[in-house]
Design a binder for this molecule. Structure first.
Ligand SMILES: Cc1cc2nc3c(=O)[nH]c(=O)nc-3n(C[C@H](O)[C@H](O)[C@H](O)COP(=O)(O)OP(=O)(O)OC[C@H]3O[C@@H](n4cnc5c(N)ncnc54)[C@H](O)[C@@H]3O)c2cc1C
Length: 413
């Protein structure tokens, strides 16, 4: 008899897992706490290895109608001096693009594809998992319809916690874990309509310890000769002031941000003007959690941010969740017995994602700008003497290999 999977969380990880399980002939039910999936959030990047899986699942054309294939990542110092250009996506020789896309539009598009393929009575919006129990032959999810408070149960063979950074399932297994860990930085994110900048498909990162990154995320704007530019500004504050619990929907205030970037006017983009042009700004503390000793307990496992929340460096949040989905489905179809499959999934994904969590604490690709600032805080005249090209290539190559998006891994079999 075909397996029956219960997925908790209809974010990027949960929806891709649903598509992948369905394609593999495994029965799927998906439970999402939100009543309605709205295009919330700002932009994210999908790296070529995750795009490869989305292509295999027949989603790529739809995503390319929405997002922008990113062709390069440029690094600048705080003074706007160009440090390095790293070709990205197909411009770098990958067989799949890197895509800058609005997270909410991605989620809405994935849900639409799920609805086209999976019967409606298996897609439960406005339904929250409140608990679960294992039986001899399965796992029972305890659920609540949020609008009516009606409680019901659902039985499956495997329960997948794709329920994000505040995962109920993770909390069940690690009740004493406490709040997420904060490194003293805040990230302010927004989208602003701007003129196209640099190549029109460029991502940039500028600064040092304080940074700003930006990239275009909308084909709709591009078709009109404009850029919907996603940006994220990171700066550190006095850690003794504490931080408000992470919430994707918390508004940030322009006046807390703008003075710190007042003179960041670059020849390719006027950052204060971009900040002033945002319709809404969202504030999120830079948090993660320590890697776990185990994700899978019997027939229950974790995936995506529930398993490995990480600092948003190196464009990995959504991409690693998609890689988890693929590994999990391969394990469930390749191993006999759910428990063996979950162990195989975890053996493949847990050590790798733990390394990314730890590496992101030590700095991701943005080490290029922070090293440049440490060595030449007032700017440089001879870049090679400050930060040799070979050192920069090494930083980027090691990070790509760690996060599994080096060219050979992505283009290989
Ligand atoms: C509203 C929102 C906005 C975001 N905006 C950004 C952004 O702008 N930039 C960025 O880099 N990342 C953003 N993220 C995070 C990003 O989506 C993830 O880091 C990445 O995509 C991994 O996705 P995930 O599926 O593991 O988790 P998420 O995308 O966080 O999805 C988890 C899902 O589980 C649901 N859920 C939680 N608890 C339960 C429960 N008990 N029962 C049922 N469902 C439950 C949540 O409603 C959510 O839809 C956002 C996440 C959310 C939820």
């Amino acid at each position: 008899m075909a397996l029956e999977a219960l997925i908790v969380g209809g974010g990027i990880g949960g929806l891709v897992t649903a598509l992948d399980l369905h394609a593999a002939g495994i029965g799927v039910r998906i439970f999402e706490a939100a009543q309605e999936v709205k295009p919330l959030g700002v932009g994210i990047n999908l790296l070529p290895h995750s795009v490869r899986h989305l292509d295999r699942l027949g989603c790529l054309d739809r995503l390319l109608e929405l997002g922008i294939p990113i062709s390069e990542q440029r690094f600048y110092n705080r003074q706007g001096q160009h440090i390095w250009t790293d070709p990205r996506g197909m411009a770098a020789g990958y067989r799949w693009p890197q895509i800058g896309i609005h997270r909410g539009e991605l989620q809405v598009a994935l849900l639409a594809i799920v609805r086209e393929r999976i019967p409606a009575d298996r897609i439960h919006l406005g339904c929250q998992l409140t608990g679960f129990e294992e039986t001899d032959d399965g796992v029972i999810g305890h659920l609540m319809e949020r609008a009516t408070h009606r409680r019901f149960t659902m039985k499956g063979d495997v329960l997948i916690g794709a329920d994000g950074i505040h995962s109920t399932i993770r909390h069940h297994f690690y009740p004493d874990e406490g709040p997420a860990k904060w490194n003293g930085a805040l990230i302010f994110r927004a989208v602003t309509e701007t003129d196209p900048f640099l190549s029109g498909t460029s991502q940039f990162m500028a600064g040092g310890r304080q940074t700003i990154i930006g990239y275009p995320i909308s084909q709709r704007y591009r078709a009109q000769g404009r850029s919907l530019t996603n940006w994220a500004a990171r700066f550190f504050i006095d850690p003794s002031s504490g931080f408000a619990r992470e919430d994707w929907n918390r508004r940030g205030r322009l006046e807390d941000l703008l003075p710190r970037y007042a003179d960041w006017t670059f020849d390719f983009l006027d950052i204060p003007a971009v900040m002033r042009g945002a319709t809404a700004i969202w504030e999120f503390p830079m948090v993660d959690r320590d890697p776990l000793p185990r994700w899978s307990h019997g027939r229950v496992t974790l995936l995506g941010d529930a398993a490995h929340p990480m600092y948003p460096l190196g464009s990995n949040g959504a991409s690693q969740a998609i890689l988890d989905a693929h590994a999990l489905v391969q394990a469930l179809t390749g191993y006999s017995g759910v428990k063996n499959a979950l162990e195989a999934y975890e053996a493949e994904r847990r050590p790798r994602t733990a390394q990314i969590v730890l590496q992101n604490r030590a700095g991701g690709p943005e080490r290029i700008v922070s090293l440049c600032e440490e060595r030449a805080p007032a700017g440089f005249t001879d870049l090679e003497a400050v930060l040799p090209a070979q050192e920069m290539r090494g930083i980027l190559d090691r990070y790509k290999a760690l996060a599994s998006f080096d060219l050979a891994s992505v283009n290989g079999p």
